[in-house]
Design a protein around this ligand. Structure first.
Ligand SMILES: *[C@@H]1O[C@H](CO)[C@@H](O)[C@H](O)[C@H]1NC(C)=O
Ligand SMILES: *[C@@H]1O[C@H](CO)[C@@H](O)[C@H](O)[C@H]1NC(C)=O
Ligand SMILES: *[C@@H]1O[C@H](CO)[C@@H](O)[C@H](O)[C@H]1NC(C)=O
Ligand SMILES: *[C@@H]1O[C@H](CO)[C@@H](O)[C@H](O)[C@H]1NC(C)=O
Length: 368
C-alpha cells in the first residue's frame, strides 16, 4: 500500500485551470484523444464535455492527464489503452472533476502490462511501480463504471479527496500476478474521502481488495474479491488523516485470499475507527484469518501487542458465512480500548483457534 497523495495534491494545484461551464458544446471528432500529446489533451479538455480516449499508447513515464475536466464531462475509453515501461511513481491515469463520468466502451481494455514491473517486491522494493489510476478530487456525483482493467504494475485505484463518487461494475484482473510476481496490487485504497460507493465489481489481485484508510460514508457493496488480502478497514494511523467514520461492507464475496474481513490499526498510532458495519459477506478458501480485528499492525508485520490510540467503536459484524482452510483461524481479535461491538450470525467452518483473542469489549457477542 502506497501513499502518493501529496504528489497528487501538488499536481492538482499545478494543473487546475479555469473551468468553462458551458454545456453547449457538441461532441465532435476533435473530442477524441488518440495520442497522449499533452497540449492536444489540454485543448480537448477545455473545449469538450464528451471525450473519447481511443486506443492511446501512453509513453513511458507519462500520465494520461484527465484532471481539471469540465463539470459534467463524460470520458469513454475505447480499444486498448496501454502504457510504456518506466520505473516511476505514476499515476498512469489521473482523473479529477465534478459530476464526471468515466466509462468504457464494449471491448475496451486498460492494459497495465504489469508483468514488465512485477518482481515480487511490489512497493516495498525493486523497480518503482506506478500507481495505476488516481481518482483524486472527483466529486458531485462523479461515476467510474464499466472499466476493464488488466495487469496493473501495483496499486490500482487511489481514491483521495473525493466526495460523492460511485464506482460501479469495474473489473480488475491482475490474476496473472499470482504466478508472475504481482505484489501490492491493492484494488481500491481510499483516504480523506466521503460518500464513496464501490459496487458490483470484480477484483482479482495480490493485496487488499479494498483498504479504507480514512474517510466517512464509505460503501463497498456486492463485490467479488479473489486472490488477495481481503476487505480491509485500514491500516488506520500514521498519516495526516486517521479517522474512519461510517463504512458499510455488504454482500461481498472473498475467496482464495489470505484474509476474509479485517480491521487493522497501526501500532502506536492515534485516530479512530467508528461505525463500521460488515453485513452478509461470504468467504471461502481463506488461508490465515476469516475475520481479524487487530490493533498491532505494522507494514513489516503485526507486533503482537495491541495499542489503544485508535479505538474501534461501533463495530457491527453480522452474517458471515463460508469456510477457511485447515491451517487458518476463523476469527482472530487483538485490540485495546474497543467498545460497542456487535457480532451476530457468524457461521465459518474449517480451521482452528490456535491464537488467543484479547481486548474484545463485553457484550460483543463473539469469543475466541
Ligand atoms: C466557454 O466556452 C464557450 C464555447 O466555446 C465560449 O463561447 C465562452 O466564451 C467560454 N467561456 C469562458 C469563460 O471561457
Ligand atoms: C503536440 O501537438 C501540438 C498541437 O497539435 C503540436 O504542435 C506539437 O508538436 C505536438 N507535440 C508532440 C511532442 O508531438
Ligand atoms: C485457494 O487459494 C489459493 C490462494 O490463496 C490458491 O492458490 C488455491 O488454488 C485455492 N484453492 C482452490 C481449491 O481454489
Ligand atoms: C482510548 O481512546 C480514547 C479516545 O476515545 C483516548 O482518549 C485514550 O487515550 C485511549 N486509551 C488508550 C489506553 O490508548
Amino acid at each position: 500500500m502506497k501513499h502518493t497523495f501529496l504528489l497528487s495534491a501538488l499536481l492538482a494545484l499545478a494543473q487546475a485551470g479555469p473551468v468553462n461551464h458551458s454545456h453547449e458544446l457538441q461532441k465532435r471528432s476533435s473530442c477524441t484523444i488518440t495520442t497522449s500529446n499533452l497540449s492536444e489533451i489540454a485543448s480537448i479538455k477545455k473545449s469538450c464535455t464528451s471525450i473519447v480516449v481511443d486506443g492511446v499508447t501512453v509513453p513511458a513515464g507519462e500520465t494520461l492527464d484527465l484532471t481539471g475536466l469540465q463539470t459534467g464531462t463524460t470520458v469513454t475509453f475505447e480499444g486498448t489503452t496501454s502504457f510504456g515501461y518506466s520505473s516511476w511513481e505514476g499515476p498512469l491515469i489521473f482523473v479529477s472533476g465534478s459530476a464526471v463520468t468515466v466509462t468504457g466502451a464494449s471491448g475496451h481494455v486498460l492494459e497495465g502490462n504489469g508483468a514488465k514491473w512485477w518482481d515480487g517486491l511490489g512497493s516495498n522494493g525493486g523497480v518503482t511501480k506506478p500507481t495505476f489510476f488516481f481518482a483524486h478530487f472527483m466529486d458531485e456525483g462523479s461515476v467510474i463504471k464499466n472499466l476493464n482493467i488488466h495487469n496493473t504494475p501495483a496499486e490500482v485505484f487511489s481514491i483521495y479527496g473525493s466526495h460523492e463518487l460511485t464506482i460501479d461494475s469495474v473489473t480488475i484482473d491482475d490474476s496473472d500476478g499470482d504466478s508472475e510476481g504481482g505484489h501490492n496490487t491493492d484494488g481500491f485504497d481510499i483516504a480523506s474521502s466521503s460518500s464513496i460507493t464501490i459496487q458490483d465489481s470484480i477484483i482479482k489481485n495480490q493485496d487488499d481488495c479494498v483498504a479504507i484508510d480514512s474517510g466517512s460514508k464509505i460503501q463497498f457493496l456486492n463485490n467479488h474479491c479473489s486472490g488477495g488480502h481481503g476487505i480491509s478497514i485500514g491500516g488506520v494511523g500514521g498519516t495526516s488523516d486517521n479517522s474512519v467514520n461510517g463504512a458499510t461492507l455488504s454482500g461481498n464475496t472473498v475467496t482464495n485470499s489470505v484474509i476474509g474481513l479485517r480491521v487493522k490499526t497501526l501500532s502506536g498510532a492515534t485516530g479512530r475507527v467508528k461505525n463500521v458495519g460488515f453485513k452478509n459477506n461470504q468467504i471461502s478458501n481463506i488461508s490465515q484469518y476469516g475475520i481479524t480485528i487487530e490493533g498491532d499492525y505494522e507494514n513489516s508485520g503485526p507486533t503482537g501487542v495491541a495499542t489503544g490510540g485508535v479505538p474501534i467503536t461501533g463495530l457491527t459484524v453480522t452474517g458471515v458465512t463460508g469456510s477457511v482452510d485447515s491451517g487458518a483461524q476463523p476469527i482472530y481479535i487483538l485490540v485495546e480500548n474497543a467498545s460497542d461491538w456487535s457480532f451476530s450470525d457468524i457461521d465459518i467452518t474449517g480451521g482452528s483457534y490456535s491464537k488467543k483473542c484479547s481486548g474484545i469489549p463485553s457484550g460483543a457477542g463473539v469469543s475466541c
